[in-house]
Design a protein around this ligand. Structure first.
Ligand code: GRG
Length: 292
């Protein structure tokens, strides 16, 4: 049986092959548009959303040929969100994954367009998937919902709103984390169940929301205690920019405690699912203790 690193590497290689092919066929006039899109797509990253989708697809026996298109569209959407999140008018970051951010290399206007291009292309891929039939349309609709105003964009808007108006509170915090971060992770684990006619959909939807929450709490902790060399992005910005995060709201110790509670919840959900969930358990462990 493959160990965690090997299995992660296996899924990563499969997905990277798909992404490399996509990038090799991506052209534009002027070329700066596709170059800036590829710069951000190919500059590293954990690819945790595609890896999650491959792992769940594998577990429930979904067709890789099909779900890999959804994994690609999700990574395009994730990458656009990072480009826009790094812009001077948003989080104003110079580094992402240890490299200069898209707007630092190509300028703000080109970075906005690179993000727009990625989002638009992701939706074209999803649109094509819809031609296959009902489940495929449902899965595409689910991804759009998770990425949209009732999902990631809504969460980012709430994040900005709380920062600008110095608003705090548990309700807003939960709303931001669920939507900004957890919804896209939920899409990653819920698409294969939708494609398989709803098998384990509710279990994976709940798992995605909890794992996404765990992912963000750890991100908030790393913003205080992480290492630029490992994370590849500036540390300490949440406090500096008055962000509403788990750590700024609850403090570091309580945030760690909440992370452990949610970790246990994720493991319990996986224990209720038939089949070999060992890799997903190890991935949850990785998310809890990650340094990158
Ligand atoms: C439409 C103007 C406009 C902006 C949209 C929606 C949005 C910008 C930003 C929200 C995205 C965001 C930064 C969410 C936080 C989630 C998070 C912790 C992202 C980092 O994900 P990783 O660690 O990144 O998976 P890698 O580098 O591994 O891919």
């Amino acid at each position: 049986m493959l160990g965690f690193q090997e299995k992660y590497g296996d899924y990563l290689n499969k997905f990277n092959g798909k992404l490399d092919k996509f990038c090799s066929e991506l052209t534009s006039k002027p070329s700066v548009l596709s170059e800036s899109m590829k710069y951000s797509l190919l500059n590293g990253g954990k690819r945790i959303r595609p890896v999650l989708m491959y792992a769940v697809g594998d577990l429930i026996g979904a067709d890789e040929e099909v779900f890999s298109d959804y994994a690609l569209s999700l990574e395009l959407i994730h990458t656009y969100s990072l480009i826009h999140d790094d812009l001077p008018e948003m989080d104003n970051d110079d580094y992402r994954r240890g490299k200069l951010t898209c707007h630092k290399v190509f300028g703000t206007g080109n970075a906005v367009l690179a993000g727009d291009g990625l989002l638009n292309t992701a939706y074209s891929i999803l649109f094509n998937c819809c031609k296959r039939g009902r489940e495929y349309t449902d899965a595409a609709g689910f991804v759009c919902k998770c990425a949209g105003i009732g999902g990631m964009i809504g969460g980012q808007s709430a994040d900005l709103y709380c920062e600008n108006n110095a608003i705090s509170g548990e309700e807003w915090l939960e709303y931001i984390v669920l939507n900004k971060t957890a919804k896209l992770i939920t899409a990653a684990v819920a698409v294969p169940p939708i494609l398989k006619g709803g098998k384990y959909f509710l279990e994976f939807k709940q798992f995605g929301e909890d794992l996404g929450k765990l992912f963000q709490i750890v991100d908030d902790i790393l913003d205080v205690q992480g290492d630029f060399g490992k994370l590849g992005k500036t540390i300490g910005k949440d406090k500096e920019e008055n962000k509403l995060t788990y750590v700024t709201f609850y403090g570091i110790d309580k945030s760690r405690f909440i992370a452990d509670v949610i970790y246990d919840k994720c493991i319990k959900i996986l224990e209720g699912i038939d089949g070999d969930t060992e890799f997903l358990k190890q991935l949850t462990e990785f998310v809890r203790h990650r340094e990158v």
